[in-house]
Design a binder for this molecule. Sequence first.
Ligand SMILES: [Zn+2]
Length: 436
Amino acid sequence: MYIKSIVASIAVAQTLVSAAAKPQDYWKSFTSSTDPNNITLPKLKQLTSNDPVAECVNYETPAQFKFVASEWPTMWETATSNGMNKSAEFTALYNSIPWSSMPNIPVRKATADGGLDFTGYDQSKDPDCWWSSSTCTKPKHPSINEDIYQCPEPDTWGLTYDDGPNCSHNAFYDYLEQQKLKASMFYIGSNVINWPYGAMRGIKDGHHLADHTWSHQLMTTLTNQEVLAELYYTQKAIKMATGVTPLHWRPAFGDVDDRVRWIATQLNLTTILWNLDTDDWAAGTSETVAAVQKHYDDFIQMGSNGTFKQSGNIVLSHEINNMTMDFAIKNLPQITKSYKNVMDVATCMNISYPYQEHTVKFPSFADYVAGNKGNTVGSNSTSSSSSSSSPSGNAKSSSGSASAANQSSSTSAGFKTVPVNGLAFAAVLTFAAALL
Ligand SMILES: [Zn+2]
């Protein structure tokens, strides 16, 4: 017993030491039984119906996700909730970060009505590149990843949807799949935990998945610890459901400054903003439906009037409700006519590997335009899929079945090109069994 506990202490100490040396390696401790290159979703009504009521009936969190509530923040509360600020895992990460190098920028204050209080901030000089104040995207402090806010390629519409996965997105995702359109999807951690199959659909369809925080708050008003937790637990949730850890994130309301960017940079995250905003979420509330349609009409026109002759856009739109998704479906035919290229941000930026794992490889812009739109299996898929298959005993015992492997090839839908992977298919079987 005594020896065991010493060994365990050494192991914990080594973990802490190695985490302290390289905070950017945090994602290596995440686990997932999902192979992002080989996903078969169960035939649940929630995943096939186009009736929002049927789609949004809760389903049991599948066993293979191993969701343990005590290991996660409370849904929709700041991600330090449920004791996460004191968990060994989070404390090790927090202590590994060289906070003394962080720019000296105060936590911002919110106003009584939920807006931002700019009192005392020199908005004309904007010393902290605070987007909410100035739409600044180029950090003014050192060692911070620069924002992406437009596709560099001319005549290109950067397709982005925030706030998913929404439980009632089947018709919308079906449409994107039929049209062979890939988008950057900014997922909220709490939504991923509630609707893990929705996130799996996103990776299955080849979309570019990114982090949109755990609880969707104004990030500059959160403490360092809270900002870190909001990003970290969303990364962990996306990894658990989809098998990948994003390298990109988008702040709710675009609220980011150099302090928040610096913390994101510690997690290897780059901020993606936008240069056109549809305001689709506001339709029917603070804006009329006609006003939102007018934004779409104007942006569509920009595709043919030379506005984006030199470089493209990134358009902010949402998966937040059926109205915003209907706007997307209604307008995409015109968008794809008016713009030469419509695609996710990773592809328009020529980012082959938008995830920490390098298991999924995105096509280059040139390949995509030439018609080779599918993602392919990345360089280290073997090592990652074996390390991420936690029920490996079960998986290995059934992976020898050739017929199972053949079936797996016929179930890989969409326009992705993926090889047969017996191990992953076995994991799918385990997954299906767990549902029964
Ligand atoms: Zn949002």
